[in-house]
Design a protein around this ligand. Structure first.
Ligand SMILES: Cc1cc2nc3c(=O)[nH]c(=O)nc-3n(C[C@H](O)[C@H](O)[C@H](O)COP(=O)(O)O)c2cc1C
Length: 192
């Protein structure tokens, strides 16, 4: 059976970026927990801001780095996305990348939704902005999204408390979704 692919995608623009660190942490946790449960997987972390040629992206096929990143998202078995809140929504750079994904390339794909922001007042960015965006693609966002301010997530670690509980739940849901994905794949491979 083929190895499952987990892709992390960060729309943070800062360097260092808390969003990138958060996506990386989620990717590591989900990958390790899945592997411990017998779900062999490969991971790839995409930092959109670091992609060569991202500013010049106007059409597909894109330049090598951007095209490989777009494909890593379209070919994933699980996608973990994270964006900083910018003016109450995801960053413009995040949307610029997503705009060039194949509109049929994410159907049924489980997506873990993460966001970071300066204020808890904008925690619903996950429900009001990210979730509808992935609904457009007919993807399957996981039930639990996780939003982090600096108080909840600093120096690469999730602080104990409600955010940590939500993060753990998101990891569990992601691993469960990967298990379903492997079952579906096995069924398709047997039928072929
Ligand atoms: C241009 C800009 C707009 C922002 N707008 C918001 C906002 O509307 N709501 C909010 O809570 N934080 C806002 N922030 C704060 C960032 O979301 C927050 O610092 C985030 O964690 C940065 O992530 P990063 O380290 O990955 O860049 C804004 C920051 C910038 C630079």
């Amino acid at each position: 059976m083929s190895t499952l692919k987990i892709t992390g995608l960060s729309g943070g623009l800062s360097s260092p970026s808390r969003t990138l660190s958060l996506v990386e942490l989620a990717l590591g946790r989900i990958s390790a927990q899945a592997a411990a449960g017998g779900l062999a997987n490969d991971t790839q972390l995409i930092d959109i801001a670091a992609l060569e040629g991202i500013g010049a992206l106007r059409s597909r096929p894109a330049g090598d780095a951007v095209e490989a990143a777009l494909r890593a998202v379209e070919e994933a078995d699980l996608l973990i996305v994270g964006s900083p809140v910018y003016k109450g929504s995801y960053s413009g750079l995040f949307k610029h990348f997503v705009d060039f994904l194949d509109y049929g390339g994410l159907v049924g794909l489980p997506v873990a939704l993460l966001a970071t922001g300066g204020s808890e007042r904008h925690a619903l960015v996950i429900e009001h902005q990210l979730r509808p965006l992935f609904a457009f693609f007919q993807a399957q966002p996981l039930g639990t999204g996780a939003f982090f301010t600096e108080r909840d997530f600093a120096n690469g670690a999730v602080a104990a408390g409600p955010s940590a509980v939500r993060f753990d739940r998101l990891v569990d849901e992601a691993v469960h979704a990967l298990g379903s994905r492997r079952y579906l794949r096995a069924t398709v491979e047997r039928a072929a």
